[in-house]
Structure formats: C-alpha cells, structure tokens
Design a binder for this molecule. Structure first.
Ligand code: AHM
Ligand code: MG
Length: 335
C-alpha cells in the first residue's frame, strides 16, 4: 500500500530492499532512465513546433544540424547512462552493435546491461500521435572486470531484472517492473516529477479490444485470419472493438488498462513479423506477465526464446491472458 503523492524517486528508494540484488546499483540505473525520460519528453513535446524551429535535416540558428527525434532520444538515453557510469553495456534498436562501457576509474565493474528502443513508433511523431521508449535490464553473464560480450545481450527474456516503458501520450507515464508487479507513474510537467498514479497494474483476464494492422490481412497465416474472424463474429460479447494506434507502447498501455490483445504476426511479406525480440517483445512480455497478462509468438512464451542475434524479429501476441490463449488455439489448429 502506498500513500498518496508518492514520487517515483521515493518509490525507488522504498522498494530497493525488495530488489533481487539490492546494492543500490539498480536504483541508480532506474533513476538515470527517469532523468533521460524527462529530457526526451521535453523534446517530444516540442515536436509540433518543427515548422517554427526547423525540421530534421535543417540547420538551426546556432548553425547546428537539427536531429531526428529518434536519433536524439537514442543519444540522450545512451549519454545519460554512460555519464552516470552505472551500466557496463548498452544495446539500442538504433545502433548496429552493442556498446561496451569502460570508464577510466571503473574498469568494467558494473554488473547491469541495458537494452533500449529509445523512440518506438516514431513514424507517429509527425502526426502528433503517442510514441514511447522501451527498456530492458539484465545482469551481465560475463565476469565483472572484463568487457561485455554478445552473450550478455543474448539472454532469454526470463533473465530480465527489470523492464519498463515510457509513453509520451496525453500525459507522460513511466511504467516498470522489477519482477514484483507493475507500477505506473505520471509526470507532472510543471514540477518535472513522476507520481505513482497506477499502483499494481494488471491486465483484465479478458477484454474486448484487438489491435492488429488489418491492412496486412491477406498476408497473414491462416490461424491469424481465423482469430481475426473470431474477434469480428457476432456471438457472446463479440464482435470485439478494433483499436490500432501503430505505436506498440500506446496500444499495449491501453490494452493493459482496458483489456485487450495486441498482435504483430509473421506474414508472407515479413517472415518473422516486424518487432524486435530484445528491444520490444521481451520487455513488454516481462511487463505483461508481471501484470497477469501473457505474451507469446503464437505458440510459445516470448521470454523462453533463446535469442540468436541482437536485432532478431519475432511474431508477437500479447495482452489479456484469455485472449492470447484463444489466439494460440487458432494458431495451433491451423499449424
Ligand atoms: P519502429 O521500431 O520502427 O517504430 O516500429 C515498431 C512499431 C510499433 O510501435 C508498432 O506497433 C508497429 O511498428 C507498427 O507497424 P505497422 O505500421 O507495420 O503496423
Ligand atoms: Mg521500435
């Protein structure tokens, strides 16, 4: 039970002892993400002023090149984590390879790595629709004191220590888990403070919303087509409502609050779907399971997949437990 007006900073301190490894390092890391989130939020909020202050690719009044917001978000998160010297490695959806961090007086002594999608759904920025940041934290598996290796980043989602997202929506929210439930914090922009607004978030067991890019229908596997037809059928509490923002964080966030399922299946034109296992699916799967929801590739739990490459894609079925199970039934039936 948390009292009213608990800030994210207070919450992190109060819950530090419940972390699996409570040296304070993870708290500092989440604090750094909180800080970067506020900086990126400030930039995202200015995006609508692009015609006034210059578009990406333009040169601003100081003669500096204007950056695309996703590139800027990538830099802000990476720089904040590097400056605070709290992680030994970072992998980002925006970077081809992982980054090994070695500060002068701290030779590979940190134990955590971060994987991040700095600005997911960035095609929505130009049209003033919500975007998000997704992050995932693991303990390194290579020995402390040595540089990080690819194996540190290719751990299955089950090994995650923490995961979360920031949704830059009508309000900006930071939602995260350290394996002990899911809590959501809303930013008061006037004060620059996140307040605990959504304690113990849970997916309803079932729901009435399905979220999928139905424009790809003809390319879908028969099981997905059958499930979509099921959602649209007039029977019981159906037809369901179709809601698709095209911004994973926002679609997920709405479905967690209202009850629903998000699908990005593979298709005849995208052999493994679109979403990335490490930067998008694993963290969202961890949050979903911690919120009593479910996440799978249509057959098996997302977090049981052993990753083979940094930018690996996987089909993604995620949301209210009973809805994901129903979709899996259709996938099995037409296997
Ligand atoms: P991105 O990482 O390039 O932003 O792509 C991920 C986004 C998700 O947020 C969203 O759910 C999906 O791509 C939408 O894809 P599509 O336009 O194919 O439906
Ligand atoms: Mg993305």
């Amino acid at each position: 039970m948390h009292r009213k007006n608990t800030t994210l900073g207070e919450f992190i301190i109060e819950n530090q002892s419940s972390f699996q490894y409570s040296s304070g390092e993870l708290s500092k890391l989440i604090n750094a993400i909180r800080l970067a989130a506020k900086v990126v939020n400030h930039e995202v909020n200015k995006a609508g002023l692009v015609d006034i202050i210059g578009a990406a690719g333009d040169t601003n009044i100081q003669g500096e090149d204007q950056q695309k917001l996703d590139v800027l978000a990538n830099e802000k998160f990476i720089q904040t984590l590097i400056n605070r010297e709290i992680v030994c490695g970072i992998a980002s959806e925006e970077e081809d390879d992982f980054i090994s961090i070695n500060s002068s007086d701290n030779k590979h002594q940190n134990k955590y790595i971060v994987l991040i999608d700095p600005l997911d759904g960035s095609s929505n920025i130009d049209v003033n629709v919500s975007v998000g940041t997704i992050f995932s934290i693991y303990r390194r598996v290579t020995p402390i004191g040595t540089p990080v290796g690819l194996e540190d980043f290719l751990q299955p989602g089950r090994a995650q220590i923490a995961a979360g997202y920031i949704v830059y929506g009508t309000s900006t929210m930071l939602v995260y888990t350290t394996g002990d439930g899911v809590n959501g914090f809303t930013l008061n922009p006037a004060l620059g403070t996140f307040y605990l607004s959504h304690p113990n978030m849970e997916f309803p067991e079932t729901g009435k919303i399905y979220s999928v890019n139905e424009g790809n229908y003809v390319h879908f596997h028969q099981g997905v087509k059958d499930y979509i037809k099921y959602c649209q059928k007039e029977e019981g509490d159906r037809p369901y409502t179709s809601r698709y923002i095209g911004s994973l964080v926002s679609d997920f966030h709405r479905n967690m609050i209202k009850g629903g399922i998000y699908l990005y299946p593979k298709s005849s034109v995208a052999a493994e779907g679109k979403l990335r296992l490490l930067y998008e699916c694993n963290p969202m799967a961890f949050i979903a399971e911690q919120a009593k929801g479910k996440a799978s590739n249509g057959f098996d739990p997302i977090m049981d997949i052993k990753p083979t490459e940094l930018h690996q894609r996987v089909p993604f079925f995620c949301g209210s437990r009973k809805m994901v199970e129903k979709a899996e039934e259709f996938m099995q039936a037409s296997k």
